[in-house]
Write a protein that binds this ligand. Structure first.
Ligand SMILES: *[C@@H]1O[C@H](CO)[C@@H](O)[C@H](O)[C@H]1NC(C)=O
Ligand SMILES: *[C@@H]1O[C@H](CO)[C@@H](O)[C@H](O)[C@H]1NC(C)=O
Ligand SMILES: *[C@@H]1O[C@H](CO)[C@@H](O)[C@H](O)[C@H]1NC(C)=O
Ligand SMILES: *[C@@H]1O[C@H](CO)[C@@H](O)[C@H](O)[C@H]1NC(C)=O
Ligand SMILES: *[C@@H]1O[C@H](CO)[C@@H](O)[C@H](O)[C@H]1NC(C)=O
Length: 270
């Protein structure tokens, strides 16, 4: 009896399974086939492959990480080196700038010393080779002066001065005034603007602040204009066509440093 019941149970289970399968069939879905040996092998192989790939990926990842770390380290090192170099270069540049400024300062100082020395040499020898003015010209401070003796009209005198790249003397400061006074010039044309009317004489001292000093070229001196000239401590006016001496002035050249080391008097002399 009991055996029969068990069989019946089993059969019942079996038949229900079969029913299930039949239901699946009715829905049009294939039931999974029973796992075969080949299929299982394929799964194992695929799993192994996946594992292998994963391991490879891991190795690659860690390699990439290590490489990245090394490269970043190298980059930082390079960055530091670059900053170091930039700092060193800017220090070097500052040194160079200081050095070139020092050289510039030294050469200015040297030029000043040479000029002072040449003034001393000139005091003892009016034609010392260091003199930055042409021969026969007088050197005072940073200008050169020449006395034109040989009576000429004012305009002609101005032209002669021009031909020496100079102009008729203008006395515009105390230093030049004192220098000219010490020379006690007589009948020398000055670089004063020609005037239409007769002008009374003035003290030389008064003229240095005046605006009468000649500025532009005057071509029309035909109809009786008056020009100024120095006579001792005074400035007089006379017709521009009358004949007088003249004083020209021009800026001195810079003293040539090596010329202060020359000893002998140049030929020609005074
Ligand atoms: C920068 O200068 C310092 C000291 O002068 C020196 O030790 C360093 O090597 C220099 N760096 C570079 C990048 O030249
Ligand atoms: C450059 O000169 C100035 C002063 O003249 C000084 O303060 C500075 O330290 C100098 N720089 C270098 C790099 O020598
Ligand atoms: C150069 O001269 C100027 C002005 O005289 C001064 O200010 C500067 O510090 C000098 N420079 C050096 C590097 O001696
Ligand atoms: C005075 O003027 C002369 C030229 O007119 C010039 O060479 C000289 O440097 C001036 N002196 C002063 C102290 O300004
Ligand atoms: C005048 O200056 C010019 C140009 O600067 C020069 O060629 C000429 O030789 C100078 N003349 C005199 C007499 O100094």
């Amino acid at each position: 009896m009991s055996e029969e019941v068990t069989y019946a149970d089993l059969k019942f289970h079996d038949s229900s399974k079969t029913e299930n399968i039949q239901e699946f069939d009715q829905l049009g879905i294939k039931a999974p086939p029973a796992p075969s040996r080949a299929w299982r092998q394929r799964v194992v192989a695929l799993t192994l492959l996946c594992l292998l790939l994963l391991t490879g990926l891991g190795v690659l990842g860690s390699m990439f990480y290590i490489t990245l770390k090394t490269e970043v380290g190298k980059l930082n090192e390079l960055q530091n080196f670059k900053e170091d170099l930039q700092r060193n270069i800017s220090i070097q540049l500052m040194h160079n700038m200081n050095n070139s400024e020092k050289i510039r300062n030294l050469s200015i100082t040297l030029q000043e010393i040479a000029t002072k020395l040449c003034h001393e040499l000139y005091r003892n020898n009016q034609e010392h080779k260091c003199k930055p003015c042409p021969k026969q010209w007088i050197w005072h401070e940073d200008s050169c002066y020449v006395l034109l003796e040989g009576y000429k009209a004012w305009q002609k005198s101005e032209k002669i001065c021009s031909s020496h790249n100079a102009s008729l003397l203008k006395i515009k400061n105390k230093s030049v005034l004192e220098f000219i006074k010490s020379r006690s010039l007589r009948n020398h044309w000055l670089g004063l603007s020609p005037r239409k009317d007769y002008t009374p004489y003035k003290l030389l001292d008064e003229t240095i602040i005046s605006s009468d000093w000649f500025r532009s070229n005057t071509n029309d001196l035909s109809n009786g204009k008056y020009c100024g000239y120095i006579h001792d401590l005074y400035v007089y006016y006379d017709e521009c066509t009358s004949l007088k001496n003249a004083v020209c002035e021009k800026l001195a050249n810079p003293v040539k440093i090596e010329s202060t080391l020359m000893k002998e008097v140049p030929d020609g002399g005074m």
